[in-house]
Design a protein around this ligand. Structure first.
Ligand code: G6P
Ligand code: MG
Length: 219
């Protein structure tokens, strides 16, 4: 049986993808690089450094290290200006119910996010206490699709990867979970997340019965 649940943050618990989108779009356009929803999709789950590298590659641009670092700082500053206006209302539908159910039933729960802002965001929306452990972008050296972030979560929770269920909205994250032989649950549009073991539009579709199905699933 599965024993532990690992949640990605951005796009799973809160809809911060729209804030990342705004900030990356402004940055890309300041460099004359076009940036649409399609590009944004490919940056989901991708670390801040790797995201900027990708954008520059799409635009065929090379810049100095100094400029690179100042652009990353600027992007994060704009992103945080949106984040700091977040509240409980920004928790995606159904998430709180699921977290409450897992807590009441003593399941182990961890956060596995590429974001260096994860703790700040959880604080903003008041969800810190639902997580037994938090692994975020400050603690990992290899970005998704490398499974390091989820493996660290399992280590901290004391469970085998095969006993963990991962909720993810990104292609990179689903890949990471699959590589580690965890059960992968895609949240969001199924066509973007074809490799997931299960797919749901969002947590509103997930009830106690669904959780039991995930727990009993053998990969
Ligand atoms: C998540 C998001 C990505 C973001 C990454 C790093 O995985 O899906 O879009 O680039 O976190 O976030 P950060 O808050 O550290 O810039
Ligand atoms: Mg995500």
């Amino acid at each position: 049986f599965k024993k532990a649940f690992i949640f990605d943050l951005d796009g799973v618990i809160v809809d911060t993808a729209k804030f990342h989108f705004l900030a990356w779009k402004n940055l890309a356009e300041s460099l004359n690089i076009s940036f649409s929803e399609e590009e944004n999709e490919q940056l989901k789950g991708v670390s801040r450094i790797n995201s900027l590298e990708k954008i520059l590659k799409w635009g065929n641009k090379t810049i100095s290290e100094e400029k690179f670092n100042s652009l990353m700082a600027k992007k994060n500053e704009e992103y945080l200006s949106y984040v700091d206006n977040m509240s409980k209302e920004d928790i995606l539908p159904g998430v709180l119910n699921t977290l409450e159910y897992l807590k009441e039933n003593n399941y182990q729960v961890a956060l596995g996010s590429a974001s260096k802002n994860a703790r700040r965001i959880l604080n903003k929306v008041g969800l810190n206490s639902y997580f037994d452990h938090i692994v975020d972008g400050n603690e990992v050296s290899k970005a998704k699709p490398d499974p390091e972030v989820f493996l660290k979560g399992c280590d901290l929770l004391g469970v085998e990867p095969k006993d963990a269920i991962v909720f993810e909205d990104s292609q990179a994250g689903i890949k990471a979970a699959n590589t580690a032989e965890m059960t992968s649950v895609g949240i969001g549009e199924e066509s973007n997340l074809k490799e997931a073991d299960f797919n749901f539009e969002g947590f509103s579709e997930i009830n106690q019965e669904t959780i039991q199905t995930l727990i009993n699933f053998k990969k």
